[in-house]
Design a binder for this molecule. Structure first.
Ligand SMILES: C[S@@+](CC[C@H](N)C(=O)[O-])C[C@H]1O[C@@H](n2cnc3c(N)ncnc32)[C@H](O)[C@@H]1O
Length: 296
């Protein structure tokens, strides 16, 4: 599939193919195209008459996917934009009715691996964390300009028990000089958070909180679901893969409300998780959960 060196192993790919496709000759949307891993699996499983529109907020990812998906020719259309505006983007592309939509949330392995994007705990880079370069907010702004209460609240709601201690250390450090890099922030957190004997780095939850805030991830998710609902045909499905409990809670609750209000039925009563074999092959899959709902 790849003509470049970028690969991302799609998570729960077989399950996505089996649970999302209901109409063989339909039009599908991959709202988080990434490097096109799921898109390629869906297109391979579908006959040549089926179409897929792929969307990514990050122009770099959209360009990589365009290259990776070249073998599928004009069965694929690629657009750049935020899935929070999926209705407008699809209208612009002339797509008005869908057989299925996939959201594989978060960021791609390339984002983590490229220090210049500022997402990684392992590689030093600027405190950036923007998925789209058009986004005015960066992690630098949050860390160096937001008041104590806002930073502390943000990282606490993302599950960090030492939110007060970390925020006090950030404010003390930035009084001397701004925190410039991911390394500045992660080493500061390492110094102030006691070793917990946990497998995850002590800055993991702070980094997740910053990424979520910089990219308005929860707001995008809620808006994306709402905006795509009217575009799905009866019998069409929406599949969402999440990677942390806050995101999964939003999906679970939204699907519960959609079902209660009528017109939708869950396909997965419990979230689908990766098999042992997948976990062995792809560590990134370990927290993935797939939920699927069908329009009646
Ligand atoms: C987990 S990756 C998807 C990987 C993809 N399924 C694959 O197999 O290669 C998530 C992708 O969604 C994109 N993304 C995140 N938030 C988005 C948003 N609000 N709108 C559109 N794309 C978004 C990211 O840039 C990233 O490329």
């Amino acid at each position: 599939m790849t003509e470049n060196n970028y690969t991302h192993i799609p998570v729960l790919a077989e399950e996505v193919v089996n649970l999302l496709i209901t109409e063989k000759r339909g039009t599908y949307v991959d709202a988080t195209l990434g490097m096109g891993g799921h898109a390629a699996r869906l297109l391979t499983a579908l006959p040549p008459e089926a179409m897929l529109l792929g969307l990514d907020w990050d122009p770099e990812m959209a360009a990589i996917a365009a290259q990776n998906l070249k073998p599928f020719g004009d069965r694929v259309k690629i657009a750049q934009g935020n899935f929070a505006n999926i209705d407008e983007i699809l209208a612009r592309e002339g797509v008005h009715s869908l057989s299925g939509v996939l959201f594989d949330l978060g960021i791609s392995s390339l984002h983590f691996d490229k220090p210049s994007r500022g997402f990684s705990l392992k590689h030093d880079g600027p405190l950036d964390m923007r998925i789209s370069p058009d986004n005015p907010l960066t992690a630098y702004t949050i860390i160096n300009q937001w008041p104590y209460e806002q930073i502390e609240h943000l990282i606490r709601v993302c599950g960090e028990r030492h939110s007060g201690r970390i925020t006090r250390a950030v404010l003390a450090a930035r009084r001397e000089k701004p925190l410039e890099t991911t390394g500045d922030l992660s080493s500061l957190i390492e110094r102030v958070v006691p070793a917990r004997g946990e497998k995850i780095h002590p800055a993991t939850k702070t980094f997740l909180a910053l990424r979520v805030a910089v990219n308005y991830e929860f707001d995008n998710l809620t808006r994306g679901i709402q905006k795509v609902m009217p575009l799905l045909k009866p019998g069409a499905r929406m599949g969402i893969i999440t990677f942390h409990s806050l995101e999964d809670r939003i999906v679970k609750e939204t699907f519960r409300i959609m079902t209660a209000l009528g017109g939708w039925e869950p396909v997965t009563r419990k979230p689908v998780k990766p098999s042992e074999a997948e976990l062995l092959a792809n560590k990134r899959a370990r927290s993935a959960k797939l939920r699927v709902i069908e329009k009646l």
